[in-house]
Design a protein around this ligand. Structure first.
Ligand code: FAD
Length: 291
């Protein structure tokens, strides 16, 4: 039987309380959100925190709202709540595309957006989604807060810029007119982690792409993004030729590795093909031709 090591537990009653507990217990303390990643890792002894700080009672961290020209998502928002959010779907269809294919209803009902991002699994769907949207992460510490671009949030597999006495509290996505977005994933079976996935966000000026964001999952893309492909797309016509070339560039710049989910060559092919599909659908949505 898999049994976690001995661990202390405390339930935070407010954000300030959670931050005070993190400060008091130091690097051996870990935040417990949905627990869908942390608890299995503890059972396998891949994580052995001495103190769990449960933030599930902090309703102040659970919200989805449009304010100050941004979509703002609290870190304790559950996957299922993001999937159900009309505001999220209206402004960024990519969020619903991604949530629809993350795990299963049981995981989505309890797993949180903040937990997914802080787990920093290279196969995590939301990391690429927020990279495509060029989101901003809000990180709080006892004496204030700071913001970090999504692309600077992850420092490596299972590592982020969140320091031991800090907490991710919010994700912000600027709402800009003329945009469309989409997420395309290939998994081995329904509800599984991706073999590869790509997300695209585009903004159009007539038939020209004025700005683009491309996120890649599980294919070894730097910062979960395809920056060179984005650069190519800026000012390019919104055409099949542009999508195809962007897909090629995205695939050229990623470094997939072979594993139980598939060989590196196949993942590179997916990076290209799924980038094309995501761009095609994002542009159709920007033109109001696709829901
Ligand atoms: C069966 C299964 C299938 C899955 N399939 C997929 C999939 O297809 N695609 C996908 O992307 N994901 C998938 N997941 C991952 C799932 O989405 C995440 O495990 C889960 O949502 C993580 O969130 P959590 O709230 O459970 O985090 P937890 O397990 O509670 O925490 C994860 C880590 O983040 C830290 N943490 C949590 N919240 C914060 C915060 N606010 N600030 C700082 N640190 C924090 C914790 O200390 C811990 O280190 C799957 C998981 C399971 C169990």
């Amino acid at each position: 039987m898999q049994v976690p090591a001995q661990v202390e537990y405390e339930k935070a009653t407010s954000l300030a309380h959670a931050l005070a507990l993190l400060t008091r217990y130091g690097p051996e303390a870990r935040i417990l959100a949905g627990g869908h990643s942390l608890i299995p890792m503890m059972k396998l002894r891949l994580a052995q925190p001495e103190m769990l700080i449960d933030i599930n009672g902090l309703s102040e961290l659970s919200y989805i709202r449009v304010a100050d020209g941004e979509l703002q998502i609290g870190a304790l928002t559950r996957h299922a709540e993001l999937l159900d959010s009309a505001a999220a779907g209206e402004h960024f269809a990519i969020l619903h595309d991604a949530e629809r294919v993350i795990a299963d209803p049981v995981v989505r009902n309890w797993g949180t957006i903040g937990g997914s991002l802080c787990q920093a699994d290279p196969s995590e769907d939301l990391s690429a989604t927020f990279a495509a949207l060029k989101a901003i992460m809000v990180i709080c510490r006892p004496d204030g807060s700071r913001t970090v671009p999504a692309r600077d949030f992850h420092t490596g597999p299972y590592e982020t810029v969140v320091a031991p006495a800090e907490l991710l509290t919010e994700i912000r996505i600027p709402v800009r007119p003329g945009g469309g977005s989409a997420y395309e994933k290939v998994g081995r079976r329904v509800g599984d982690w991706p073999v590869g996935a790509a997300g695209a966000a585009v903004w159009l000026a007539g038939d020209t792409i004025s700005d683009a964001g491309i996120g890649l999952t599980a294919v070894g893309a730097q910062h979960f993004a395809a920056a060179e492909a984005e650069e190519f797309l800026r000012g390019a016509p919104a055409s099949e030729e542009s999508f195809a070339r962007a897909g090629e560039i995205a695939a050229e710049h990623c470094t997939p590795s072979s594993d139980q989910r598939g060989p590196a060559g196949y993942k590179r092919h997916l990076a290209s093909e799924l980038t094309v599909r995501a761009l095609r659908r994002a542009v159709r949505r920007a033109r109001g031709e696709d829901a």
